[in-house]
Design a protein around this ligand. Structure first.
Ligand code: LMR
Length: 399
């Protein structure tokens, strides 16, 4: 059986890190996977997380199973983050939240649930989208189609064509939207555009599925809710996949959440029982540790304040790095206008580098960038900035 199975290609994002680790070049730079790094190139554990972990370790009394959907307090914390505590969805109990192993499992559990709720649905994803989206929905047996999103000519949003396609999508289909910090382009909808998209969703009856992996990395924890709140105002039903990999730095603890919003508390409970089945057959119940940390941080006012300050510092560091990168490209004589990099939101910059240039940078300069030209801006440090700019200048000149 196994002799005849062909090898699978390496993962287009995580596979890059494996290659980078094996690369002996001392100048190597990893701008691939979306992981926050400080100016020394380290991904530190947040101080608020460390303190929560220490307290949890002391207080822990059991390692017994979690409920299928995780601890109820965790669900409350997640909903508070997504909607803001005073939102009607919370007071009406129209949302149910499951603690999932990362945002990826939230997407997969959501996909498995939707295969049951709307068996003939197609899920529409932005062109381009996160490299794993199509794989996750495909694994659940849901076909994917693209809606226009990024306009390479303007390096901005192709909102006219996006709306035209969203207007054609039938009721029963699913539209995956990046709530903020679009991955890979860094190009987001503004508040007015979110309202237009929400109005189309409400009129056409397709289901919005929000991937909310970067809350707090765009303009701020609350500002990054624009999309969620616009949809909540007019769409009775939608789904949100949250990740706490980036905003809590809990990458390896795999902590995320799936939040299902329905028209009534009864409908939410009924639909959610099917989400619980999807969880039970996948991984039974979630790993506790990451969820306990998030709950502890969010429910302790000192830790919450400390976390917010750390999140703000990470966001501001990336914004400052964007500005430095644009200035350094210019001062190293790299031809072209790269000012768009400073306008993009979140961790990534869609650099405009071609696949041939990305290949040259990887093979000849040990600079690892995701195919399509996505750069993790947090991977740029004062130490590698000059090497990066001169290498990009060479790539543009020779390819
Ligand atoms: C990324 O896009 O780099 C991150 O979301 C990490 C991942 O799992 O791909």
């Amino acid at each position: 059986m196994f002799d005849s199975i062909l090898p699978a290609p390496p993962d287009s994002i995580l596979g890059l890190t494996d290659s980078w680790k094996r690369d002996p070049n001392p100048l190597k730079v990893n701008l691939g996977v979306g992981v926050y790094k400080d100016d020394s190139g380290n991904t530190p554990i947040l101080a608020a997380v460390k303190a929560a972990e220490a307290a949890l370790l002391l207080a822990a009394t059991t390692k017994s199973y979690m409920p299928i959907s995780g601890a109820p307090e965790y669900g409350c914390c997640v909903q508070d983050l997504i909607f803001g505590g005073a939102h009607e969805i919370i007071s009406s109990a129209r949302a149910r939240t499951a603690h999932t192993p990362g945002g990826t499992a939230a997407l997969r559990v959501g996909a498995d649930f939707l295969k049951k709720a709307s068996p003939n649905a197609t899920v529409w994803v932005s062109a381009p989208t996160w490299a794993n989206h199509k794989g996750v929905f495909g694994a659940a047996g849901i076909p994917t189609a693209d809606y226009p999103y990024y306009d390479a000519a303007t390096r901005g949003l192709d909102f006219t064509r996006m709306q035209e396609t969203l207007e054609q999508i039938p009721a029963g289909d699913i539209v995956l939207l990046h709530a903020c910090c679009h991955n890979p382009s860094g190009v987001d909808l503004d508040a007015g555009q979110w309202q237009s998209v929400a109005a189309i969703a409400a009129r056409r009856g397709w289901l919005p599925f929000l991937d909310f992996a970067y809350q707090g990395y765009g303009d701020g924890l609350e500002q990054d809710r624009n999309g969620v709140l616009a949809l909540a105002a007019v769409c009775p039903e939608f789904i949100v996949a949250s990740s706490f990999s980036k905003n809590f730095g809990l990458y390896q603890d795999r902590v995320g959440a799936l939040t299902l919003v329905a028209g009534s508390a009864a409908a939410a409970n009924s639909a959610f029982s099917n989400v619980e089945i999807a969880i039970r057959v996948n991984y039974s119940n979630p790993p506790a540790h990451g969820g306990l940390i998030v709950t502890r941080v969010l429910t302790d006012s000192a830790l919450r304040g400390q976390w917010l300050a750390e999140l703000t510092a990470m966001r501001e560091h990336i914004a400052a790095t964007r500005v430095q990168f644009v200035a350094a490209l210019a001062s190293h004589g790299v031809p072209g206008d790269f000012s768009f990099i400073a306008r993009q939101k979140g961790m990534f910059s869609f650099s405009g580098l071609s696949d041939a240039q990305v290949k040259f940078l990887r093979e000849a300069r040990s600079i690892y960038i995701v195919g399509g030209g996505r750069i993790n801006v947090a991977g740029i440090t004062s130490r590698n900035l000059e090497y990066l700019c001169t290498s990009i200048r060479e790539a543009l000149a020779s390819h």
